[in-house]
Design a binder for this molecule. Sequence first.
Ligand code: AP5
Length: 212
Amino acid sequence: MFVVLLGPPGAGKGTQARRLTGATGLLHLSTGDMFRENVRDGTELGVLAKGYMDRGELVPDEVTIAMLLERIARPDAADGAMFDGFPRNVAQAQALDEALAGRGAAIDRALLIAVSDGELEGRLGGRWLCRACGAVYHERNDPPKEAGRCDQCAGEIYQRDDDRPEVVRTRIERQKPPAALIGHYRDAGALREVDGERDLDAVTDGLLEALD
Ligand code: AP5
């Protein structure tokens, strides 16, 4: 099964992807995590991506699509995956459709996590991540048991550079899923919308239900 998670920055895509992969066994593929790994490792791709990420802009399609297609060509993505943060526009969606069609597959579900703008700023401003395993926390809504340490691996937790207030505002303005992208999956019969403004467990249940 191939699943796309759609939603504005801070909707809970990464948080829910981790919960859903636990429940479904699907491989979690996040383009944001891939870019952050490249930034951390100082690769050429990371240096290029960092400039866009720090400004709250999308990394150019040709770079992002090439990275994603290389990743899904690996054997562990042969039977299914859950895409988090990809696609962001119709060009990316079409590139993914073509790659999957080449192996006789398609996107089975596109799950749109709906959250209002007013909620997003608070979620991003209070987000903390584990530097080692990427687990996501929130200082009020979902804090780690021990301050500054990841519950899962005891790694150090930190705040993302692009969660600064001025960058958060730009991301919320410019990086919502465009209507044409939502329409792309609606036309394919794959779109399901889930209310993302409930507590974490209720959102997970809604997404699992939408996955049938
Ligand atoms: P990326 O990492 O994908 O960022 P994003 O889409 O902005 O999404 P976020 O990771 O900010 O939010 P999320 O929806 O995963 O929310 P989370 O679960 O963390 O991309 C980063 C950058 O990389 C982009 O700006 C771009 O430059 C580049 N990039 C990535 N993909 C690209 C692509 N395809 N094309 C081009 N460029 C690309 O939750 C947020 C917080 O809310 C957490 O603290 C969490 O604990 C809390 N929370 C979650 N759910 C709930 C809930 N139900 N109730 C209360 N709190 C909640």
